[in-house]
Design a protein around this ligand. Structure first.
Ligand code: FES
Ligand code: FES
Length: 163
């Protein structure tokens, strides 16, 4: 059965017609053309389809779109502001933490969730938090450096705010 739902995506309200069985991944890509959200395994095991749902990373291939009504959804398209990249995106570029880049949007959102939950994560906490995101190119060392660089940028930003 098709029905219309309202989704809050990247600070905008989007009205979309969905089938009950449509996943959030289907809707974000096929109806809203948010191409940063990518399909990998399709069964919740690789993290390439990660989005933030109320600030927490979730696999959008594993969530029915109708279950996302009333929740705040963020994709990478919602991160940059005024044409300026988000500091986590900058950290990934500066640390060259990508090769083919297929996994990168999912990792960037997972890192955002991580840094909102942990101000000073240990290497083990980072590995554990990001364990649902796989990189077929094996760029894990560079990704860890990007997390550390993003963490530094976050601290610089928050100390500038309290001055
Ligand atoms: S495509 Fe969703 S977790 Fe792999
Ligand atoms: S950079 Fe290629 S899959 Fe991660």
């Amino acid at each position: 059965m098709t029905r219309e739902i309202l989704l809050q995506i990247n600070n905008r309200e989007e009205k979309v017609a969905v089938e009950n069985a449509d996943t959030l991944l289907d809707v974000l890509r096929d109806r809203l053309q948010l191409w940063s959200v990518r399909e990998g395994c399709g069964v919740g095991a690789c993290g390439t389809c990660t989005v933030l749902l109320d600030g927490r990373p979730v696999s959008s291939c594993h969530l029915l779109a109708v279950r996302a009504v009333g929740r705040e959804i963020v994709t990478v398209e919602g991160l940059s502001q005024g044409g300026k990249l988000h500091y986590i995106q900058e950290a990934f570029l500066e640390q060259r933490a990508l090769q083919c880049g297929y996994c990168t949007p999912g990792f960037i959102l997972a890192v955002k969730g991580l840094l909102e939950e942990y101000a000073n994560p240990t290497d083990e906490e980072i590995r554990e938090y990001l364990s649902g995101n796989l990189c077929r190119c094996g760029a894990y060392g560079d990704i860890l450096r990007a997390v550390r660089s993003a963490q530094e940028k976050a601290h610089i930003k928050s100390s500038a705010l309290v001055k």
